[in-house]
Design a protein around this ligand. Structure first.
Ligand SMILES: [Zn+2]
Length: 769
């Protein structure tokens, strides 16, 4: 193969949109509230783009992405660019494109927004395109062209980024009213001319290259879908007067899509070489490389926050150099999934801060690697030495290596992750201890987060009240929540979690090995940003985390109060996790810390302990071949956390969704005594699925859809219960809402729970005659 003819360059697939102080969030929310004009919002956004490009250029990135910036979501931007505006939003978009755009994102009083779902296995959420056989596409290159022109005018070499046509269709769903089995990919032939037009417009505006993102091709794809990809790029490749095409893949290996794209008449391919995508390296060699093409090598992990192992990356790049005509260096995916700038984390131990690389640092790493690749490692000797020292300090740190934690995980056996008694024996012991009625009622954990609670938290942060005063306010809330539940007639109570800011952060703050950032915001969706904790070291629990609150709440009532914990998989999924050991090992450490908490709750008197795992399914690997291994360690971690209890202590778990397909066996492997899950919207379908799978334990399929402000009537809840009874015997059926009540108001909570308890009584009476 020809050796590289061009000096390696650095680039990135995309950059965080928020601004150093979340200026974008403030401007957009100000616009929604009528405080900020459209013009001020436009200028704020343009300023942020200018600053981003400037930062990238300063870091040594010579080709900057354009069009990746978004006021809400890049998939929604693609929907606008291809003119797939749902009919219900057309009037709003015609009246005012900006307001129409936000109407699609958030809905209005009269029209529902587009559905939102997770962007692959990240914690970002996109707006799902709604397509049908009648969808008519029309190119709208306004945004893409304007943002390219901005970059060019500022003197940058801009590379427009668009979501590719195959991924756009594969991420879409049938529009309301369209048959559920409609496959949006069948619209490909209609969509390709629109992409050709977008490409021509970008070429005319001065684009040399355009990046088309095709992340959907890293998932398992049918032969028909792979054929669609082949056809798409054969046709777009044949378009005359188009820019050069860089097809970007990320989050996993391309697998069977790699030979398809390698053969396509396009000019460049971006591949991820981190994590499970590292398999791209061998796969690329196996297909004979990319002769005559440009390879953008994603060797810097674009979705975690640790510094790169530069020497390791250089050796990967050296191999790649022989596999393509030109090799450039980039983070593995858009930097949207990491915070902006690690240099601002001044509260961290300076030594620990040196292990972190956020977007700005990752861009600089890519630039440094491009230089090392082009000029030889000797050109970056000092940087390599500093990197080696930082990696060594991380490996040797007491934070990342706690001998006591290591000894304990090493001594863990399979038996530790098994309850001592089989389920039937436990069920009997629990029935005797708890003495619950048939169809027992409970809630999932949280009660409404009132303005008063948020004020108390703000007051504590601002120093207006002290910890004792804060605790008093929280205790008052717990008293109210317990009293309410007793009066409402619920059987198993919760304390309502007023003291918890977040179900992961609350525990992260109390566990050794976790770090908190000050400015580590990442976009979850739209203007919602989260600041995930950093799981940086070996995990241990210096002292009990929840037993005081449990004792306080249980002291107020004779009915059982649930101990409430977040499970190990969720603790990992909603954090930045360490990349220097297998996830299974990290999960085991977290599980052992939780096991201590479970044991302490039991010792404090808790007869029911709930360990939530809402993230179990969302962390599922993108490729089916990787799933069994993941589910094995994930379910083992849950059992390790929950197996030390006596037979008569009842373990509950909760999941926030109704589609279990791929993880049905895993649900069973958790061996929880009771599982509560979402079911109201799907009319108890999940109860039937569990029954069909032979699920042997107790189930609480939700009878109140808490994602809607609607109050279900007693009749409606009773109807759902009867539907549940058709699948699950009464001795194993619980009555509860779909999820926690944190986002609901008190008035709807009172009304709905009142109906839920009444429905349970009504159906119970039917059963007992
Ligand atoms: Zn939930």
């Amino acid at each position: 193969m020809s050796s590289s003819s061009t000096t390696p360059q650095a680039t990135v697939h995309g950059y965080p949109r928020q601004g150093p102080n979340r200026e974008l969030k403030k401007a957009i929310e100000g616009y929604w509230a009528g405080r900020v004009s459209a013009e001020v919002l436009r200028v704020t956004a343009a300023d942020l783009r200018r600053d981003n490009w400037h930062r990238l250029a300063e870091a040594g990135v010579t080709e900057v992405p354009t069009g990746d910036f978004s006021l809400y979501d890049h998939v929604l931007d693609a929907t606008v660019a291809v003119g797939a505006i749902p009919p219900r939003h057309r009037a709003a978009v015609a009246a005012d494109p900006l307001d129409g755009y936000f109407a699609m994102a958030r809905g209005t009083q009269d029209v529902a927004p587009l559905e939102m779902t997770k962007w692959f296995d990240t914690n970002y959420h996109y707006l799902v395109p709604e397509l049908g056989p009648d969808t008519v596409f029309a190119a709208n290159s306004t945004k893409a062209v304007a943002e390219l022109r901005e970059a060019l005018a500022l003197g940058h070499r801009g590379r427009p980024v668009l979501l590719g046509p195959v991924s756009y269709l594969l991420l879409a769903k049938p529009a309301p009213g369209v048959a559920a089995d409609f496959q949006p990919i069948t619209l490909l032939d209609r969509l390709l001319p629109v992409y050709a037009e977008l490409l021509a417009d970008l070429r005319a505006a001065g684009a040399e290259w355009v990046q088309l993102d095709e992340p959907a091709l890293v998932q398992d794809r049918t032969p028909a879908e792979l054929n669609a990809a082949a056809r798409a790029y054969r046709e777009l490749g044949a378009v005359t007067d188009r820019p050069k095409l860089l097809i970007a893949s990320y989050f996993d290996r391309l697998g069977k899509a790699l030979p398809v794209l390698a053969k396509a008449p396009i000019e460049g391919l971006a591949l991820d070489f981190t994590g499970p995508a590292a398999a791209n390296l061998d796969d690329l060699a196996a297909v004979g490389g990319l002769p005559g093409k440009r390879l953008v090598a994603g060797v810097v992990d674009g979705r975690n926050i640790w510094i790169n192992d530069l020497e390791k990356s250089l050796s990967t790049l050296a191999v790649l150099l022989g596999l393509a005509d030109r090799v450039d260096v980039a983070p593995s995916c858009s930097l949207l999934h990491v915070p902006l700038d690690a240099d601002r984390e001044r509260d961290l131990d300076p030594q620990v801060a040196r292990w972190l690389a956020f977007a700005r640092q990752k861009a600089a790493e890519a630039a440094l690697l491009a230089r090392g690749l082009g000029e030889g490692a000797s050109a970056i000797t000092a940087e390599l030495a500093a990197n080696r020292a930082d990696l060594a300090s991380r490996a040797a740190s007491a934070l990342t290596y706690d001998p006591a934690v290591r000894a304990r995980t090493a001594a863990t056996t399979a038996a530790d992750a098994r309850r001592a008694q089989a389920y039937p024996e436990r069920a009997e012991a629990q029935r005797t201890r708890l003495g619950l009625p048939l169809l027992p009622t409970t809630t999932i954990g949280s009660f409404p987060q009132t303005p008063e609670l948020r004020t108390a938290r703000a007051d504590l942060r601002a120093g207006r009240i002290d910890a004792a005063a804060y605790r008093e306010r929280m205790e008052a809330e717990v008293r109210e929540v317990i009293a309410y539940q007793e009066k409402a007639g619920l059987d198993v109570l919760v304390h309502g979690e007023p003291e918890r800011n977040d179900m992961v952060q609350y525990f992260a703050e109390q566990l050794t090995g976790y770090l908190a950032t000050r400015h580590g915001w990442v976009q979850s969706y739209g203007t919602r940003y989260v600041r995930p904790p950093v799981l940086a070291g070996d995990i241990s629990r210096p002292e009990p985390m929840t037993t005081d609150w449990y004792r306080y709440a249980q002291g107020l009532t004779d009915r059982p109060v649930k101990g409430m914990l977040t499970g190990p998989v969720t603790m990992l999924a909603w954090s930045f996790v360490r990349d220097d050991q297998p996830l299974a090992e990290t999960a085991r450490q977290v599980a052992l810390a939780l096991r201590d908490e479970v044991t302490d709750l039991e010792a404090a008197g808790a007869a029911v302990i709930q360990v939530d795992e809402p993230a179990l399914r969302e962390t599922l690997p993108l490729r089916a071949a990787d799933r069994a291994a993941y589910l094995a360690w994930a379910t083992e971690a849950f059992r390790l956390a929950t197996s030390a209890v006596r037979a008569d202590t009842q373990i509950h778990t909760h999941m926030c969704y109704a589609e279990f397909g791929a993880i049905m066996t895993a649900i069973d492997d958790l061996d929880a005594d009771v599982i509560s899950l979402e079911a109201a919207r799907s009319h108890m379908q999940v109860a039937g699925e569990l029954a069909e799978a032979g699920y042997p334990r107790e189930v609480g399929p939700g009878v109140w859809d808490i994602h809607s402000p609607r109050v279900p009537s007693t009749e409606e809840a009773a109807g759902l219960l009867r539907a549940g009874l058709a699948a699950i015997p009464a001795e194993r059926l619980w009555v509860n809402p779909d999820c926690g009540l944190k986002t609901r108001g008190w008035s709807e909570t009172r009304a709905s729970l009142g109906h839920l308890v009444a429905a349970a009584r009504e159906v119970r009476a039917e059963l007992t005659g």
